[in-house]
Design a protein around this ligand. Structure first.
Ligand SMILES: [Zn+2]
Length: 317
């Protein structure tokens, strides 16, 4: 977590009295009888905070009218929605809110808890659904509200279950198969006349997912192997794409076309600026798909067997 965000979470903790977790960008604590989790909705956007509770009531989920009424009274709330047993309130990501976070947040959290109480909700465990006191936990890469029994059971399971081994050879095969889908996408879209961001995304996502599916899980080594495969396959797909164009123009077969790309480049029969410019674009799009997929894959692999309650005092600045 970048230092800027550590400071941000520290500031939120001071304003609200919630406890920042030592390892995750998340804060937890009880407000008006409800166990709250304050966390980013997506790991890629640590500045956009969401407040989550795990609750239930006899009257069923929140109605559109209730949501509208709450939002009318809380200008700093960007969105309020229920997903199964969790009710989530996203805080507006505007300069006005960020600047005045210490004044805005306490009232917003109290208002949220009061709203839940009046609507007849009560805390429940996210695993077994039992009503009562819960603990904020980090389990298998997710933030959860668990009762003490479910937490103990999950910790027991995590301690006894063997960690999935990684098979780098099978993983590399998976990455290769995945990258073929990306290569096909590059060639197909290019023949239709596009250098599309989509090709890079498909290449990045398919290769990493291919590695994970056949290799078991993604390690740093696996990520490096996958990245090399993606770089080479993108280069090869681009060459083949040109080979197809040459084959069509000169009336030769695709294999001959593919082999003559280098010679034609040297002879400047293919415009070098166009060729390399096209390749650079492809690589930029590849980065867009590759970087987030690799990072989330590595994160998931690291967090796979972790089950623990959240605990303070938060990251030391
Ligand atoms: Zn439970």
């Amino acid at each position: 977590m970048a230092n800027r965000f550590q400071k941000f979470y520290q500031m939120v903790a001071e304003a609200t009295g919630l406890t920042p977790d030592a390892g995750q960008p998340a804060l937890f604590g009880n407000r008006g009888g409800f166990d709250l989790l304050v966390h980013p909705l997506k790991p890629s956007q640590p500045g956009i905070l969401t407040v989550t509770v795990c609750v239930q009531r006899a009257a069923g989920p929140l109605t559109a009218g209730e949501i509208k009424e709450f939002r009318a009274g809380q200008w700093a709330c960007a969105r309020l929605f229920q997903q199964g047993q969790t009710v989530n309130m996203t805080i507006k990501n505007s300069l006005k809110v960020t600047k005045h976070m210490p004044e805005v947040l306490p009232g917003l959290l109290d208002g949220f808890a009061e709203f839940l109480r009046q609507a007849g909700f009560e805390n429940v465990c996210q695993s077994c659904g039992a009503a009562g006191e819960t603990q904020s936990c980090f389990a298998g890469g997710r933030l959860l509200q668990l009762c003490p029994e479910c937490l103990a059971r999950m910790q027991q399971q995590a301690a006894t279950a063997p960690v999935k081994p990684e098979n780098p050879v099978a993983g590399a095969v998976g990455a290769l198969i995945g990258s073929l889908a990306g290569a096909a996408c590059i060639i197909l879209l290019s023949q239709l006349g596009y250098v599309a961001a989509l090709s890079g995304l498909v290449m990045g996502v398919c290769a990493i997912k291919g590695y994970e599916m056949l290799g078991g899980r993604l390690s740093g080594k696996g990520a490096a192997v996958s990245v090399v495969i993606m770089l080479l396959m993108t280069y090869a797909a681009d060459r083949l794409d040109w080979g197809i164009v040459i084959a069509r123009e000169l009336g030769v077969d695709v294999f001959t076309g593919f082999r003559s790309v280098g010679v034609l480049l040297e002879m400047q029969a293919i415009d070098g600026a166009m060729y390399w410019g096209n390749l650079v674009m492809l690589y930029l799009f590849l980065l867009l798909g590759m970087v987030p997929t690799v990072l989330s894959g590595l994160r998931a692999s690291r967090q796979a067997g972790v089950v623990r309650p959240l605990q303070g005092p938060g990251p030391q600045l």
